[in-house]
Structures are given as structure tokens and as C-alpha cells.
Design a protein around this ligand. Structure first.
Ligand code: C2E
Ligand code: CA
Ligand code: CA
Length: 461
């Protein structure tokens, strides 16, 4: 509860201060009471029109107040979002979508009737919030399951996929918007996954979040201070062990954290768009490297660069590659562009146009991580692609006869389509022997070389 002293402490304006000092305690209580009434009346008009639940602002106010008033009570925030609400609207019509939202609000209200101190909100669109006291995590799971059951009882000719993210309050002063962020973060880890209904915000997510924040904060400095390095992993011909090329792989040597792996930071940069700058930095280094060797008459092999799918919708990316090729006088045949399946897949004319032009210019296009996405075999015939890079997942359990069958037939089919093939992640002699038996000769993997600094790669050449 707010007392007179702390209330006064918070008041900046001198005039209010003076007014308060002149009040008796009784007057002060009346003053606070009327303020609260005003806020509550205001709140009544802060309800979302369709579902009659509080909007975000009212929800924040109410929850913060409850936590302060009941510091001994354990509270948690649950955020509910539908993975496929847009499709429900499109497939069943807006009226049905609206009815589903009302049903969700009713399911939440049922929970409120069962216990005190529950606050509900319809944040926006298809996102709801519930703030509730609890004793154990199982209580929260039970709440989520009951709401989920009520929603699945709503009969529509479409699978409804609600997901719940849960964050428990660490202290009565924990920021409500941070709780909401955490619950949303937990929710996003399972959204759209049929097998998971709910997720708690936990330690793993917290350290992931801190790492992501660090990456966002430090990446610009890392670019300027040359903390990003190009490593090259050689590609070999397995029958001769000769180096036939290399793949440029980024390494971030952070001054405090040491090595940060690409799998940690690339996804963050893809989300905030900074991958564009980072990729261009790496590409520039690669063109510079090849150009330098060509100028000095030294032997050169084609080097692959990774192209994040963020680029492919942007015309600037193809202009940038062509420019680099001209600036550093590197014939495009020395550079292979690796794009993951999903980069090729997108039914997008800009992407298709970009890749076609780059290929006509002379770059080799390679489909990376083949077999991990959702590509169908038939799409291969329509894509501007020269090389298929078979993912290491294909060769992981090479001793299994079924894996052998899948791999040998895939390779045979790619041969028939006249695609170049390279297999990545070759680690054992058994894998090598099987691939050679399938007449597949090109590989990249720890059996031969690990990614290494540029200088080391140069000395190998
Ligand atoms: P990727 O393009 O599939 O690269 C191959 C990854 O497999 C590399 O991991 C490499 O070190 C690893 N690898 C190679 N041989 C073996 C093996 O025999 N066994 C095992 N277990 N792993 C092997 P790395 O360097 O950690 O890179 C991870 C991913 O990060 C890359 O996967 C690529 O998608 C991305 N990446 C790396 N550098 C860049 C870059 O400059 N730009 C962009 N956009 N993405 C990059
Ligand atoms: Ca790659
Ligand atoms: Ca790959």
C-alpha cells in the first residue's frame, strides 16, 4: 500500500508537496481514494471493445498494483497467442475468428471466477494476457490446460493452435512489461509446434536473451575493431585428397567472451538485419584474398561464401557481388554462392531474378544444407542452381541400410539431373568409402580439415 511519506517522496513538484503537508492523514487517504477511483473509472473505458477485457495499459496498471499490495503472494503472467489465427480468419471468415476470440475471453474469465487477484487482458489482435496467483508450477500448467481445453471445445472446421508462454514474477517490483516480454519469449519458442502447448521462461532462455543482447550491442564494434575473422574450410576430392576449393566461415573472437560461434550470432543478426553488413564484410575479405593471390600469380581455388536468405529479396545484393568481382578483379568462376534451401524455395520473383542474373554473370550457385528444409525433389528442376551440398544429416548413421538407400538414390538422382554434388560433415572412413562407392567424390569435413585461418589455408595451397 502507498503511505503518505513514500508518496510524498515521489512527488517532484513543490506545490503538491506543500499541499500534501497541509493535509491531515484522513484527508490524505481520501485524496488517494479519489485518485484510485478515477483511475478505475478510467480503466472501465480501457476495456477492449470486442472481448470486454482490459487493454494493455489497464492490465499493466492493475498487475503492478496487485504485486505491490500482496508482496507475499506468488504471481505469474501467462501470455496466449494463436499460431495460425490469420489462416483461421481467412479460411473460416472473420465472424468465426471473432467468435473464437470471445470464446477465449470467456475461458479466461472462468479462471478469474475460480480465484482472487486475477487480471485479464486482450492485448491486441489474437494475443491475450492473464496475471494470476499460484502456489506451484503445476497450478499454472493446470490453468493453461483448462483454457486450452475450452478453446479446443470451440467447434470450427480448422485446427486451432493456441500457445502459452509463462513467466513467474521474481519479486513484487518486477517490471510488468519485462514479465510480458519474457512470457512472450517463452511462447515464441513453441509457437506453431503441435507437440508443445506451453513453455516457461527459464534460465536457459535468460542466458540466451543476455547473449542475444550482447550480440546486438557488440556487433557494430566488432566490425570496426576487426574482431570478425574469415576462416576457410578446405573442400577435397576424396579419391585424391587434393584441395579443390574452400568455404569461408565467419569467426567472432570477442575480447571478453572469446569465440562466439556463428550458430549463436547469425540467427540474431538475421533477425535485426545486421547480417547484411556482416556478410558483405566477409565477402569483401574473400574477394580481396582471391584477388591478391591472382595478382601475385599464386594458385587459386574457388571459395564459397555464405549468403543469408535475408539478402535474396534485395537487388542490392547482386549488384554488390558484381561490384566486388570487378573491384578486386576476381573472375566470378572463383566464387561459389552458398544459399540454404529456404533461400531458393521462396516463391519470389526478385529472388529468382537475382540468382538468375548472378549465374549468368558467371557465379556458381550452390544449394546448402540440402535435405534439411522442405524442398521437394521437383523444385530442383526449376531453380537456378549448379551444385547441391548434401547436409551432414544424410551421412550421420551411414551404417543404417535405410540411410544408405536414401543417400545412394539421392546421389544417383542428382547425377541424372547433372548437378554437381558435395557432401559436408564427412568425419569417418566409413562415410568416405560409402560415398566413393556411390561415385560421389567431393567432400568437406573434419576427416580432412577443420576450418582454419586464412594464412593457414594459404600455406596449404
Ligand atoms: P554451413 O554453411 O552449413 O557450414 C558448415 C558448418 O559445418 C561449419 O560450421 C563447419 O565448421 C561445420 N563442419 C564442417 N565439417 C564438419 C564435420 O565434419 N563435422 C561437423 N560436426 N561439423 C562440420 P560453422 O563454421 O560453425 O558455421 C555454422 C553455420 O553458420 C554455417 O553452416 C552457416 O550457415 C553459418 N555461417 C558461417 N559463416 C557465415 C557467414 O559468413 N555468413 C552467413 N550468412 N552465414 C555463415
Ligand atoms: Ca555453407
Ligand atoms: Ca551446410
Amino acid at each position: 500500500m502507498i503511505d503518505k511519506d513514500s508518496w510524498q517522496e515521489n512527488q517532484q513538484e513543490h506545490s503538491k508537496d506543500a499541499l500534501l503537508r497541509s493535509m491531515s492523514d484522513r484527508d490524505f487517504e481520501l485524496y488517494i481514494y479519489s485518485l484510485r477511483k478515477m483511475a478505475e473509472n478510467n480503466m472501465e473505458s480501457n476495456r477492449t471493445f470486442m472481448t470486454e477485457l482490459y487493454n494493455l495499459r489497464a492490465f499493466h496498471y492493475k498487475t503492478a498494483e496487485l504485486m505491490l499490495e500482496h508482496p507475499q503472494t506468488k504471481f505469474a503472467m501467462i501470455v496466449l497467442d494463436f499460431a495460425n489465427f490469420k489462416s483461421i480468419n481467412e479460411f473460416c471468415g472473420r465472424d468465426v475468428g471473432d467468435a473464437l476470440l470471445k470464446c477465449t475471453a470467456d475461458a479466461l474469465r472462468e479462471q478469474k471466477q475460480m480465484r482472487d487477484y486475477v487480471v485479464l487482458s486482450h492485448f491486441r489482435a489474437d494475443i491475450f494476457g492473464m496475471f494470476t496467483p499460484y502456489e506451484t508450477e503445476d497450478d499454472l500448467i493446470a490453468i493453461v490446460k483448462q483454457i486450452d481445453q475450452r478453446i479446443s471445445d470451440f467447434k470450427i472446421p480448422y485446427k486451432v493452435l493456441p500457445a502459452f508462454g509463462i513467466c513467474v514474477a521474481e519479486s513484487p517490483t518486477m517490471s510488468v512489461s519485462i514479465m510480458r516480454d519474457y512470457a512472450t519469449m517463452a511462447l515464441n519458442t513453441i509457437k506453431g509446434k503441435f507437440y508443445a502447448k506451453y513453455a516457461f521462461f527459464d534460465e536457459k532462455m535468460r542466458s540466451q536473451m543476455l547473449l542475444n543482447k550482447m550480440i546486438e550491442n557488440d556487433i557494430v564494434g566488432a566490425l570496426k575493431e576487426e574482431q570478425l575473422h574469415v576462416y576457410i574450410q578446405p573442400k577435397v576430392d576424396m579419391s585424391t585428397r587434393q584441395i579443390i576449393g574452400g568455404e569461408a566461415l565467419i569467426r567472432w573472437i570477442h575480447p571478453e567472451r572469446g569465440l562466439v560461434t556463428p550458430n549463436q550470432f547469425i540467427p540474431v543478426l538475421e533477425k535485426n538485419g545486421l547480417i547484411i553488413d556482416v556478410d558483405i564484410y566477409i565477402w569483401t575479405r574473400v574477394f580481396q584474398f582471391i584477388g591478391g593471390r591472382l595478382r601475385n600469380g599464386l594458385p587459386v581455388v574457388p571459395i564459397s561464401i555464405n549468403i543469408s536468405r535475408t539478402h535474396v529479396f534485395d537487388k542490392a545484393f547482386r549488384e554488390c557481388l558484381i561490384q566486388l568481382s570487378e573491384d578486386f578483379k576476381v573472375p566470378p568462376s572463383y566464387v561459389v554462392l552458398e544459399l540454404t534451401e529456404s533461400g531458393f524455395l521462396e516463391n519470389e520473383s526478385t529472388m529468382y531474378e537475382n540468382l538468375k542474373i548472378l549465374r549468368q554473370y558467371g557465379f556458381t550457385l550452390s544449394m546448402d544444407d540440402f535435405g534439411t528444409g522442405y524442398s521437394s525433389m521437383t523444385m530442383l528442376k526449376n531453380q537456378p542452381v549448379d551444385e547441391i551440398k548434401i547436409d551432414r544429416g544424410f551421412i550421420l548413421d551411414i551404417k543404417n541400410p535405410k540411410s544408405q538407400s536414401i543417400l545412394s538414390h539421392t546421389i544417383a538422382m542428382l547425377h541424372e539431373l547433372e548437378m554437381d554434388i558435395i557432401v559436408e560433415g564427412v568425419e569417418t572412413k566409413t562415410q568416405e568409402a560409402f560415398l566413393l562407392k556411390c561415385d560421389c567424390h567431393r567432400a568437406q569435413g573434419f576427416l580432412y580439415y577443420k576450418p582454419m585461418p586464412l594464412a593457414e589455408f594459404e600455406s596449404l595451397l
